[in-house]
Design a protein around this ligand. Structure first.
Ligand SMILES: Nc1nc2c(ncn2[C@@H]2O[C@H](COP(=O)(O)OP(=O)(O)OP(=O)(O)O)[C@@H](O)[C@H]2O)c(=O)[nH]1
Ligand SMILES: [Mg+2]
Length: 390
């Protein structure tokens, strides 16, 4: 059984390496209770709902079955617990593409991010809709099976057209090879293709598909668990962020006081110095310092640069822009000096008054950015770790 609280605890303590290594050290069986939401996706009318019924072992007229048929389009995401595998939920999705009424329910109602694994159901040829789905799934770094349904119809059509050359095995193999080739062209490594008829779930590759899913189950659940961790620890990061923000006042007051010293430009220099120091402290606090990042990168088999590439808080340019108001105080000070004043009272007051709140907000933003970066780094690291062999 996976202990999420333990993971959150490590994240709160800023020890991302311990958080990730602790999860990776768990045996596959530890993920048995993780829910796996499988989205059944594909073109309109490709046979998605019929596929779900075949998986559930239900006839189309069973009241528990998914609605199917050329006149009954699926318009809402519906979920069906898969009876033979624990915590596996099959989700029947609206078809991708526009219906004859111009309605595109898929685009309006479906967020593919909510699902852990995908079964793309296609019938007839491999089309751009399938390629688009493949790309969307690959972008999320998730996995899929490609199910080519309605094999019975293909066989029947060939039998009618070329009865003398009819060879069931050869036809099915040809369809499978075609699908595999098309998927490989879309940069899918080792695609898993199953040729089925939803009308005959005991024939063709249907039993193989069920066996493969059973065999892959713990690995898929582990992947689902790893990929869900960054959003699970969002509230933890939020709590940490708030705790860090409570300590900002002191630095902001320091910045205001230094800015009031009658040296034009000192306000900018001091604020930048305090900012960089504060940010270094935040990195240490959240576990994003160089040493921690190097250890995390090594753990998940990536380079440190790959993890740093997702960090937005490393970019200093926007911070410099935030300090532009410092120019106002400095300008007033210079004006006062040039009028022969020995002490630029207005410039000092203005400079301090500008620096204190602007530093305060700048540091607040810094904490938020570092917290967001922590989530991004974790996501990247867990995605990389998930690809490593168990
Ligand atoms: N012969 C045969 N017909 C199938 C097969 N799969 C689905 N059908 C038929 O194809 C039609 C559409 O099937 P559905 O399961 O409703 O397709 P869908 O993808 O859920 O359709 P939408 O929800 O509208 O996108 C129905 O008439 C099914 O009976 C199959 O493997 N073989
Ligand atoms: Mg349907």
């Amino acid at each position: 059984m996976m202990d999420i609280e333990e993971f959150k605890g490590y994240v709160y303590d800023g020890s991302l390496v311990d958080a990730v290594s602790n999860v990776l050290a768990k045996p596959l069986e530890a993920f048995a209770n993780t829910p796996l939401r499988i989205a059944v996706v594909g073109e309109l009318g490709s046979g998605k709902s019929s596929f779900i019924n075949a998986m559930l072992g239900l006839d189309a007229d069973d009241p528990r079955a998914a609605e199917t048929g050329i006149h009954t389009m699926t318009v809402e995401v519906k979920t069906y617990p898969y009876p033979t595998l624990p915590q596996v939920i099959l989700c029947d999705l609206p078809g991708k593409g526009s219906s004859s009424f111009g309605e595109n329910t898929f685009a309006k109602k479906v967020d593919l991010n909510c699902f852990d694994f995908f079964i793309i159901v296609g019938s007839q040829r491999f089309r751009s809709t399938h390629a688009d789905l493949v790309h969307e799934i690959q972008e999320m770094e998730k996995r899929f099976y490609f199910v080519r349904a309605k094999a019975d119809l293909d066989l029947m059509a060939t039998k009618r057209q070329r009865p003398s050359a009819y060879n069931e095995e050869k036809i099915l193999l040809r369809i499978k090879e075609d699908c595999r080739e098309c998927l490989i062209k879309e940069w899918v490594r080792d695609p898993q293709v199953f040729i089925v008829s939803n009308m005959e779930p005991r024939c063709f590759d249907f039993p193989l598909l069920q066996e493969t899913l059973k065999a892959d189950l713990l690995r898929l659940k582990r992947q689902a668990f790893l990929l869900s961790l960054p959003s699970i620890c969002m509230p933890t990061l939020e709590k940490k962020k708030e705790a860090r923000k409570r300590k900002i006042w002191l630095t902001a007051i320091c910045s205001g006081l230094i800015a009031a010293i009658p040296v034009p430009g000192l306000s900018f220099m001091a604020a930048m110095f305090l900012f960089v120091n504060f940010r270094t402290q935040c990195f240490l606090d959240f576990g994003l310092d160089d040493r921690s990042l190097a250890a995390l990168a090594q753990l998940v088999g990536k380079s440190e640069a790959v993890l740093k590439a997702v960090m937005k808080s490393l970019v200093l340019k926007p911070v410099i822009l935030w300090r532009l108001p410092d120019l106002v105080g400095a300008t007033v000070m210079i004006a006062e000096y040039s009028y022969g004043w020995s002490f630029p009272i207005f410039g000092c007051l203005l400079s301090g008054a500008i620096s204190l709140p602007s530093t305060y907000f700048m540091l607040q933003k810094c904490v938020s950015d570092v917290a967001d970066d922590t989530q991004r780094v974790l996501t990247k690291a867990l995605k990389a770790a998930e690809k490593e062999p168990v």
